[in-house]
Ligand binder design. Sequence first.
Ligand SMILES: [Zn+2]
Length: 453
Amino acid sequence: MSQTSESRTYDPAAEVVELCRDLIRIDTSNYGDSAGPGERKAAEYAAGLLDEVGIESRLYEPEPGRTSLVRAGAGGDGRAPLLVHGHLDVVPAAAEDWQVDPFSGEIKDGFVWGRGAVDMKDFDAMLLSVVRARARTGAAPEREVVICLTADEEAGGHKGAEVIVNDHPDEIADCTEAIGEVGGFSATVRGRRVYLIEAAEKGMARMKLTARGRAGHGSMINSDNAVTRLSGAVARIGAHQWPVRLTPTMEVLLAAVADIAGTEATPENAEALIEEFGSAARMLGAVIRNTANPTQLGAGYKVNVIPTEATAHIDGRFLPGYEDEFFDTLRELAGDGIEIDFLSHQQPRETPYEGDPVAAMTRSLLAEDPDAVVAPYLMSGGPTRSTSTSWGCAPTASRRSACPPTSTSPRSSTASTSGCRWTRWSSAPGSSTGSSTESEPGRPACEKMHKRG
Ligand SMILES: [Zn+2]
């Protein structure tokens, strides 16, 4: 546990590193079932930090150990409360894959290292340190703030956010906007740091393709071979070049990049502008078009037996506004005689990049990094937010962390990362946002946190 020292000055940076390290040392690995240690220790630790400065919070635990914390709003200037939320769990980490103990919170080369250092115990620590610093000096925020630190985000939030939303809706009922992940990391374009704020995310269609045919011996003529038919469908889908489609979010981002590059953004040069992001282009290139990747195949049991059925799984992601085009194209590519079933099907989200939270985020980022550019982006990994659909807030997410230009690979030098979503900055009351169903690669991130202060 960190040392707490009373301070007269409002200095949230003073303890943030130690809080982050403490949280990393509390293993909250989420294996997707009840096999992990749970989040109770971390929730109790956070509750203790708040209690120390006179802030009351409540813990909710749908099953032993799976604990979320809510600190209801208090006071404020009469505006609807702002929800600030993070998750306490992390995806598991195999120590042999790491150069440091993933649960040590080690400081190395000026960074805090460990599982959760970016996703997202860093944010939890920042939040707690800011709240504590303000409480100590009586610098209460003008606007009422509701805080949620949840369990189970990395496995869908069923034992965390969903419990708050479904069983304790009064805790967050009045909140019209929310702040959390994903976003806030920087990418580097021609030497300029571009901080990305999530304002939209793709829809998801996980599909099972099934071809049925006539069983038979492999030595015979068979014009109704399920494997052949399925293979054709999979090959067409996998090889398809999806056309560039720009949503309002990406139009704003590409205009910002074009400005840096001294050109104009058009659909024709969208791919060239995305390439300006270097290693982040692989992720951002996926959000100027729909995508559909074959990922699994299943058929047959013996080399000389033609099976009656062959199956394939396709991971499809579609842009806001382009769902019909996606499914029409997919159906056409699959061709006749292919059944398509959904393993999951979730809607995309997009919210206008505007409003007080966006302005405040931009102000804050530029105050710290005056030469930076702040722009929205569309998240490739989403949506995974069925739970916070009920929050009634729209997504835009950010927290600041300047990532080294070379650390955008999900498996950079020392630490693997997981993707995550569901905590966000929201700016449009009444539209929807949601929570993550599982971790996913593809998020530019460095699983380490700048040591500041
Ligand atoms: Zn996360």
